[in-house]
Design a protein around this ligand. Structure first.
Ligand code: FES
Length: 155
């Protein structure tokens, strides 16, 4: 185990109740939860691997692949949903060639969904790094990446 992770583990006693706080602490340190670390957590707190994986995959706050340089959080909240959020998520997914929870091979982009980003008046929307993009359409999504590729916009 690398030193930085050892220091994360050392903040815990290895009790079963440590599972979620430990998952959170590891994700804060690494940005995601690698599979081998989940196995180490399992032996550290004496909980079967299946249960550690089960808990980690239950909560949407946890991710299992590293975030890309540009991280997209497509909103799937109610206001966005009724205004077409599934089509927006599909447009991001199709354009980037990745599914929700994944990152592109070059780690340029990653895609997630979020329950509500608090900009319902702009629905459907997404966060692209720290910037809120509102009133999205699939065409706007595709245009965003085209302009980005031509370096017309920076996010
Ligand atoms: S539901 Fe999408 S911003 Fe609130």
């Amino acid at each position: 185990m690398e030193a930085s992770l050892k220091s994360v583990f050392s903040e815990f006693e290895g009790r079963q109740e440590d599972l979620i706080p430990l998952l959170q602490a590891v994700q804060t340190r690494l940005g995601y939860l690698p599979k081998d670390v989940l196995l180490e957590i399992s032996s550290f707190i004496h909980i079967p691997e299946s249960r550690v994986f089960g808990v980690a995959t239950f909560y949407t706050q946890f991710r299992f692949s590293p975030a890309g340089k540009t991280h997209i959080m497509a909103c799937r909240g109610t206001a966005c949903h009724v205004r077409g959020a599934p089509r927006i998520l599909k447009a991001f997914s199709d354009t980037l060639g990745i599914l929700e929870g994944e990152a592109t091979g070059d780690l340029e982009y990653s895609l997630e969904t979020v329950a509500c980003i608090g900009a319902c008046g702009l629905a459907p929307c997404a966060m692209i790094n720290d910037r809120v993009e509102g009133k999205l359409t699939p065409k706007k999504v595709r245009g965003f990446f085209r302009r980005r590729l031509k370096n017309e916009i920076k996010v």
